[in-house]
Design a protein around this ligand. Structure first.
Ligand SMILES: *[C@@H]1O[C@H](CO)[C@@H](O)[C@H](O)[C@H]1NC(C)=O
Ligand SMILES: *[C@@H]1O[C@H](CO)[C@@H](O)[C@H](O)[C@H]1NC(C)=O
Ligand SMILES: [Zn+2]
Length: 476
């Protein structure tokens, strides 16, 4: 079977399973049977209570099913695939339109527990689900958010790693990797350097997922530090000597949207109880001014998820390191929730900043995969099948360049203000062929720079790699 066929089967399986899951939970719910030994139960108010303890894969699954049964009009549960050991990679959508994309409104996501032993985000997403569904009726801001956004929450991208991790282990690497011992946050295609790591099922599932849904904004939740880290994580290769120097010098790898990424990181940091204070986790570990950092300035890495989201899919993702201890005692979870609740909500609302709109042809029909580029920002986004695009931007004046095969390119000047997003509808006119040749240059992904092979790898590069590996396993 080709890959496409395999994927279709997988999607089918996922859909069937979701249906089964919902029927199962519905039955359980209607029969009034408490899932045995569960920390999920119905409160007197009819909401779902979730205690501050760690939930293993079965408990997590039961909780998600119970919520989707209890809140069918605000939630939808689906699995994007399975881990190496066959655990579902669950995603819960929370939105006023859980089952269907709302045309013109953004989809956003959080992914937690990519590193199996970094577990706070996993529990916080369960609490976020509960908070959103129980606040919808009573909190005008949450109602606005859910009415205008589809929020996809994946509590665990690495359930196998989690299953062997141990409470109380703050800084080990036990449980970090997937069941085949791959680091999933080094397993994505990389724009700057060829990634030769064998793609893992968890990574493949996420890649398919984000190719099917145009996510506008995303956060990846980690532990081991307290900082919001933004792209790029990797640096362009230069000569090997420079590469050594670079990782020593901790030079930032600046993206075309550096201003926006800094802003997004600040939104998380400033809304957090203490991240913006920039205190170091322990003596010897770094201090981050205002609680934010450029990824590569901290330490460069290849195959990370955030650069991939941004460069391949036009989804702005940052990495949120939310606990100094990777697997803190359960009694501290309530505090982590208090510290992060506001950040988790406010960050997602940033999907509504900047410009968005539709690209259409002369008949008003949407143009899919038109390329969207802001002049001066060397990164290309694409329209969805409904012709939609989103571009998170800070207040200012911009020029939008729109291109699509068979149409004349179009440039639109616009401005962005602080208080609400700018709506931009762009009509492209059909291009007449003159010489049978293509009218425009098809704009796909920017070509990856040719991998630079160091003349002789030698001591220096080995040394650099081991330093970076060392750094990355100590921290997030
Ligand atoms: C119930 O939970 C306790 C503590 O988490 C555990 O020791 C026990 O084995 C569980 N029982 C069942 C039936 O799952
Ligand atoms: C922009 O286009 C969309 C989709 O065709 C349409 O629903 C909307 O009313 C348009 N808005 C404006 C201001 O033209
Ligand atoms: Zn991590």
């Amino acid at each position: 079977m080709g890959w496409k066929a395999v994927f279709r089967v997988l999607v089918l399986i996922a859909i069937i399973e979701v249906t089964i899951a919902q029927q199962a939970s519905q039955t359980t719910y209607l029969a009034g049977e408490e899932p045995s030994n569960s920390s999920v139960f119905e409160s007197r108010e009819g909401g779902l209570e979730l205690d501050f303890s760690y939930h293993d894969h079965d408990q997590l699954t039961r909780y998600l099913r119970a919520v989707s049964a209890r809140y069918p009009s605000l939630t939808a549960l689906y699995s994007i695939g399975k881990s190496v050991q066959g655990r579902d990679l669950w995603v819960m959508v929370v939105s006023a339109s859980p089952y269907e994309h709302m045309i013109g409104k953004p989809d956003v996501k959080y992914v937690a527990n990519i590193h199996g032993n970094e577990v706070v985000g996993r529990e916080l997403l369960l609490h976020l689900i509960q908070y959103l569904v129980t606040s919808y009726e009573s909190d005008a801001y949450i109602k606005w958010l859910l009415d205008n956004t589809r929020i996809h929450l994946m509590p665990s991208m690495n359930p196998d790693g989690f299953s062997i991790s141990n409470e109380g282990q703050c800084s080990t690497v036990h449980g970090r990797h997937n069941a085949r011992r791959y680091d999933l946050n080094r397993n994505f295609p990389d724009f700057f350097k060829a990634n030769t790591k064998q793609a893992q099922p968890e990574t493949e599932a996420v890649k398919e997922w984000i190719s099917k849904i145009q996510f506008v904004l995303s956060g990846s939740l980690h532990g081991g530090a307290l900082v919001a880290s933004y792209p790029f994580d990797n640096t362009p290769s230069s000569n090997p000597l420079n590469a050594v120097f670079q990782s020593y010098a901790h030079s930032p790898s600046v993206s075309p949207d550096d201003d926006v990424f800094r802003h997004l990181a600040m939104v998380y940091s400033n809304n957090h109880a203490k991240m913006s204070k920039g205190v170091s986790c322990q003596s010897g570990s770094p201090r981050f001014e205002k609680g934010i950092t450029n990824g590569a300035a901290w330490y460069p890495l290849t195959g990370g998820m955030q650069d991939y989201n941004y460069l391949w899919h036009g989804c702005m993702e940052i990495t949120l390191e939310i606990s100094c201890c990777k697997y803190p005692p359960a009694r501290e979870l309530a505090k982590y929730w208090q510290d992060n609740r506001q950040s988790l909500v406010k960050y997602l609302a940033e999907a509504h900043r900047g410009a968005h709109g539709f690209v259409m042809d002369d008949n008003g029909s949407p143009i899919e995969r038109a390329s969207i580029r802001i002049k001066g920002r060397e990164v290309t986004y694409h329209t969805t099948k409904y012709g939609e695009f989103w571009r998170i931007l800070l207040p200012g004046t911009y020029k939008l360049e729109v291109n699509a095969e068979g149409y004349l390119p179009q440039e639109v000047e616009f401005f962005v203000i602080e208080s609400h997003p700018t709506l931009l509808n762009v009509t492209l006119h059909t291009a007449k062929r003159i010489d049978g040749g293509p009218y425009y240059r098809p704009v796909g992904l920017p070509p990856r720079p040719a991998p630079v092979t160091p003349p002789s790898p030698g001591l220096f590069s080995t040394f650099t790699n081991s330093i970076n590996n060392f750094m990355s396993s100590i921290f997030g």
